[in-house]
Design a protein around this ligand. Sequence first.
Ligand code: AMP
Ligand code: ZN
Length: 463
Amino acid sequence: MPMPLTLYDNYARALRRFEPVKTGDRVGMYACGPTVYDYQHIGNYRTFLFEDTLRRVLEWNGYRVTHVMNVTDVGHLVSDADTGEDKMEKGARRTGKSAWEIAELYTDAFLEDLKLLNIEAPTILCRATDHIADQIAFITDIEKNGYTYRTSDGIYFDTSKQADYGHLARLDIEGLEAGKRVEVGEKRHPTDFALWKFSPAGEKRQMEWDSPWGRGFPGWHIECSAMAQRYLGDFFDIHCGGEDHIPVHHTNEIAQTEARVGTRLANFWMHGYFLLANDAKMAKSAGEFLRVGALVERGYDPLAYRYLCLTGHYRTQLNFTWDALDAAATGLARMRAGFHALAAADDASADEGLIGRFTAEVNDDLNAPRALALAWETLRGDAPDAVKRATLARFDEVFGLGLSAWRPREEEAPAAIEALARARADARVAKNWAEADRLRAQLRDAGWEIEDRAGGYALRRRG
Ligand code: AMP
Ligand code: ZN
């Protein structure tokens, strides 16, 4: 009997048992991706790390995951109220490059950072600008179903047509209506949102397309509904993103999908909670933000940041401090060293009892902090070395800390050890294998391991 997987669904505001919506072991998961007008900051990566952990836990449970992620390269406006500039056009002005060039530049930078953080690349990475026809078809259907109206600057979704609009965020629609403090302009209701925006009269945008309503560009929310449906169908397993997406972006994705096909798009709506910096939200718009590259420049292994994220539950905010990162770096270094000190044995397998306890932790709404504590308990426990090693290697399929791949930095060996190593190398050149073996054994006794490499050898201290 497999252990149940329980996940927190923000739509139900409850922990729910996860079962795939389709029979079989296939799971569809959509994650809102980066807006590529700038680099992503480590806050963004906290959300992508949460999604990576979710995917790994699904895989741990035997599911085959189709992980779709979009790249927002058009239509995300500076303000959630559908006013202000497109972030891409603004980014282009800031950098003196074209909107298309910065989209490519920051998408590439994003993919590089994913590798540094050992985040598995999405199964499908899709760009909004490659799916304009899908978005137009989506809006056309919503229009046919009677949910849209036109203003002088675009086609809007009429949120008053849905009795349960805002359910995900538990929005207080009447309160919003009553206190219309925000400038709604020609919008009928404060919560209405743009599906298609017209290019401003007399202005040539860098990114614009023809549509049945006029030349312009799609709104940000429609891209996710359209691409999610294209790749995963009308109702799939899990949709995720950062907590900021709950009140507007995901609320509107659900509204559009209900208007088109009558579903809430995904069975589970899951959100990663924010990384804070000095107890305030870390945001690109706030000007200063930390990139993964900035951690590397300061000498940190990017996986120390991954370790730090694992120490907090994804549903609580995490305050970033350099002290916390230092502590994570120390934890990671100790875990790696501890792992490498364990002698391996080919025939050793993981401890089933520990694997069961680990499954219980990660299946309890991805409790990474408790799973990490179990890894420490395992390392310090009294199982045979090779069993501990095999068990931790399994855990690391979920942690993604690269424990097996890590190698200790080569230490400078004392002169006497170097002399032995050179003598062994000479013996090998002379094909005097017995002598080479004797010298290797002597090195081992002195606490050093020698590895033959192309064109030479390397010495490292035995764990
Ligand atoms: P963006 O590039 O702004 O579209 O954001 C990419 C992802 O990062 C989205 O899922 C956001 O919800 C998420 N995000 C933005 N800021 C933070 C933060 N400070 N902490 C965690 N996630 C964030
Ligand atoms: Zn999205």
